[in-house]
Structure formats: C-alpha cells, structure tokens
Design a protein around this ligand. Structure first.
Ligand SMILES: [Zn+2]
Length: 137
C-alpha cells in the first residue's frame, strides 16, 4: 500500500516510524483513513494518495499514527474502539490523535506549522485542536 504514497522524505519518515511499531498499511474500502488497533493496520484511501497535496497526506498519516501511539498507551481504549464503526469514534479520541500526531511531527523534525497542520481538520474539532496546540496544558 505504501508504494502508492508519493516519494517524499517526510512521508518516508512517518511510514518508518509506524513500521518500527509493527504497524501495517492497507487500503480502505471507504473514502476514509482509519486505524484498527486489533489488526495494527492503518487503512488509507487510495484516491487521496494521488489527488491530495503532500501536506494533507502528512497530516492524515500523522493523525493515524497518533491513534497508534494513543491506543498503545491506553489498551482499554483500544479494546472499546475495536468494537466501533469508523464513524463512531468519540471526538476526544480524534482530538487526542491530532495532538499526538502533531507531537510526532515535531519529534521527527518535520517542518510543519500548526496552521499547516490544522487546515485539513474540520470544525468543530479544528477549533479545539488549535486551542490545545497553542495553549498546551
Ligand atoms: Zn482518527
């Protein structure tokens, strides 16, 4: 699946980060990206890989890897999420994945600003993610 991603050092860095954690990639059957903790697989929507800008792909990948890290730290949460549909994931879980995803971007020294990152997030989540990123607790 990763072979459909554009050749880019930041994308490669994120993919490597995920693979080191034993994460696999597969293609999604619906126009959504999501992570299933029960199979440790990130599902990517193939159409996005050729049609969306690089910044979207970096944000989406970082978000899904944010879920990986969150669920590894909180196995109880992962067990609950594994039983839900992809559109039933609670808002708090989504926000957490965005926050962890941005921290990963920073840790990997990917030059990406808060405003670049949040441009792909829809409201009302966007406002909340910005407030956490600008005023961390
Ligand atoms: Zn998510």
């Amino acid at each position: 699946m990763e072979r459909y991603l554009p050749e880019n050092q930041f994308i490669n860095t994120l993919i490597y980060y995920a693979k080191r954690r034993g994460v696999k990639f597969s293609h999604s059957r619906t126009p959504l990206w999501y992570y299933r903790p029960d199979t440790r697989t990130i599902y990517l929507w193939k159409e996005d890989l050729r049609s969306q800008p690089l910044e979207f792909l970096i944000t989406a990948l970082a978000h899904e890897i944010g879920h990986v890290v969150d669920f590894d730290l909180n196995p109880d949460k992962a067990r609950v999420i594994a039983c839900l549909g992809v559109d039933e994931v609670p808002e708090e879980v989504e926000i957490n994945a965005f926050l962890i995803g941005f921290k990963i971007i920073r840790d990997l020294k990917i030059p990406f600003s808060v405003s670049h990152y949040v441009q792909w997030i829809s409201e009302p989540l966007k406002k909340r993610v910005i407030s956490f990123l600008v005023n961390p607790i």
